[in-house]
Design a protein around this ligand. Structure first.
Ligand code: GAL
Length: 553
């Protein structure tokens, strides 16, 4: 790191890759760190890449030097490549849905006895269609044209009526990474419209979730967002961009979709808007009265309160979430609770115990988009804590148009290549992670719809067993993931982390699979025939190959 960087925020990481092998990584280097000497044997390498990244915190003040760098060459003189990252065409792998009706998952769905019930049956095919159902519980009705089931959830023990919600990982859209503090009622309604019109709802996307900045803030550049945080009764107030929350949720519900909302534990959210501290019970009731079905509950500004609490560290983490878990259960609505505290105190070990249905396992992925593989692999380490109704959450799917996390930028084409976008969706599906798209619903293109809406890939995510895939390291920079599915089949992903196209191969033995298997390419939706020795594919830089295997008798 160059001394001229002149700031503690300067941090970079150096990396040397030859073909599919990472030869050297410096680790994070900060200003003042001594230089590291490196001398590498490059014999036989065809492609060499010297890379410097921002170490995940943006490029501010970063100034890196490959000091005194030399190549010792014999034979043909090497040539520089035109571009460090070859441009990739956004190839559409998935065929569009056919005309025949196909009911997509989830196969199971949790609800609480006696609460309002709402479920849109995700169905692909040629609309209009006609739906009918046998043995529907008595207090439920099915809209035959829309395929939306409404009414009152059946008594405990009938179907999957009981204590558990979010039996499959929750799915939908969250506004954060596109609209940040620009979110409005109009944009939320547009998201609901597009979720249906684009076909996202037909493959199971369900929640339309508001993140931060819908409340009032003590100060903000937009005058419609500045005002008293609460009314005289102490009730939280939506800001000038949200004229009527009840009308908004009613609109979302009219499409058979569900609505989510956000607050923080502390007095102010991370965006500087009204938080729930001191008004927990009141807010739980308000959100239920408004008709919300999902609540993201963020740690923001609670640190100041927790520091004065004499309770042991772990109790400090659990207490505010346990309170909200209890308060939400007391409402006469099904409200899914998403804990957002970045993995502190090993939240995966106790998130379910305090009433959470999912919990973020790390900080904001928007700051680490160049590390989706590392973030996914770290998340997959907590596999054993995950089960139906209790999910590890590695944050949102950020593809298509998103705003830079640093500075809450306006939506721009995302920095991920097409291959990386396929990997993103494959990883999240194999890990059974909550699937929330956070790009711009107003700009969905054919490529993005193909990445987001492959019914067979999503089926892997929504599988009723709820398992997170096992990670199998392979040679070089590649790895595999293997996920057990409820019908005895397996979903397998191969991932190429190398900087160039590589053949990635894994023997069935390496994958822990014995016997003969019938296989299907999930992204292309084509049968591949029988397999009995190994899985392999030629995979582009940072790309994925995903198949499903069924045991042959
Ligand atoms: C962060 C959270 C983000 C987003 C943001 C809003 O703490 O991790 O997902 O909700 O707050 O200010």
């Amino acid at each position: 790191m160059d001394d001229s960087a002149g700031n503690d925020r300067a941090s970079v990481e150096f990396k040397v890759t030859a073909d599919d092998r990472v030869l050297w990584e410096s680790g994070v280097m900060k200003q003042g760190d001594p230089a590291k000497a490196v001398d590498l044997d490059l014999r036989g390498a065809r492609t060499l890449i010297l890379q410097v990244t921002d170490a995940g915190d943006g490029v501010d003040y970063d100034h890196a030097n490959w000091a005194d760098a030399r190549f010792l060459v014999s034979g043909t003189r090497p040539q520089t490549m035109d571009r460090p990252v070859p441009a990739e065409a956004p190839v559409i792998l998935t065929p569009g849905p056919g005309p025949a009706p196909r009911i997509n998952g989830p196969l199971v769905y949790g609800c609480r006895p006696g609460n309002p019930f709402l479920y849109r049956i995700p169905t692909q095919g040629q609309w209009p269609m006609r739906f009918s159902a046998q043995d529907l519980p008595t207090r439920l009705q099915l809209d035959a044209r829309e395929g939306i089931v409404t009414g009152t959830a059946p008594p405990r023990g009938q179907f999957v009526s009981g204590d558990l919600l979010a039996l499959p990982p929750p799915t939908g859209w969250n506004h954060w990474y596109t609209h940040y503090d620009r979110i409005t009622d109009r944009l939320m309604r547009e998201a609901a419209d597009v979720m249906v019109a684009s076909g996202m709802a037909d493959v199971g996307y369900q929640y339309v979730n508001i993140d931060d900045c819908w409340m009032f803030a003590p100060k903000h550049s937009d005058p419609l967002r500045v005002g008293a945080l609460r009314n005289e009764q102490g009730e939280i107030r939506p800001n000038g961009h949200f004229p009527d929350m009840k009308a908004l949720t009613a609109y979302v519900h009219s499409k058979g979709l569900k609505a989510g909302i956000y607050t923080s534990l502390g007095p102010l959210t991370c965006g500087g808007f009204a938080g729930s501290h001191g008004h927990e019970a009141q807010d739980a009731k308000t959100f239920a009265d408004w008709g919300f079905d999902f609540r993201k509950y963020d740690w923001c500004s609670y640190g100041d309160i927790a520091k004065d609490d004499p309770a042991p560290e772990l109790e400090k983490f659990k207490k505010p979430y346990a309170l909200m878990g209890r308060l939400l259960r007391e409402q006469s609505r099904d409200i899914v609770l998403n804990l957002c505290q970045y993995g502190m105190g090993k939240v995966w070990e106790w998130g379910a115990e305090v009433g959470g249905h999912s919990w973020r396992t790390a900080g904001d992925l928007g700051f680490e988009l160049d590390r989706i593989f590392d973030v996914a692999l770290a998340n997959a380490k907590h596999a054993e804590w995950q089960r139906p109704g209790a999910w590890n959450d590695p944050d949102y799917i950020q593809i298509e148009y998103i705003g830079a996390a640093h500075g809450m930028g306006l939506p721009q084409p995302c920095p991920l290549t097409p291959n990386e976008q396929y990997s993103f969706m494959s990883l999240w599906s194999l890990m059974a992670s909550p699937l929330f798209f956070s790009g711009d619903m107003g700009r969905l293109d054919e490529f993005t719809i193909n990445v987001l809406c492959n019914a067979e890939v999503i089926e892997v995510n929504q599988d009723p067993l709820g398992r997170c895939a096992r990670v199998v390291p392979l040679t070089g920079a590649s790895f595999a993931m293997v996920k057990d599915l409820a019908d005895g089949s397996k979903a397998v992903g191969l991932f190429n982390r190398a900087e160039t196209t590589t053949v990635v191969a894994a023997s069935l033995e390496q994958l822990g699979l014995a016997g003969i298997w019938r296989s299907r390419d999930l992204w292309r939706q084509v049968d591949l025939g029988r397999l009995q020795t190994r899985v392999s594919d030629r995979i582009g830089r940072h790309g994925a190959f995903m198949i499903r295997l069924w045991p042959e008798p």
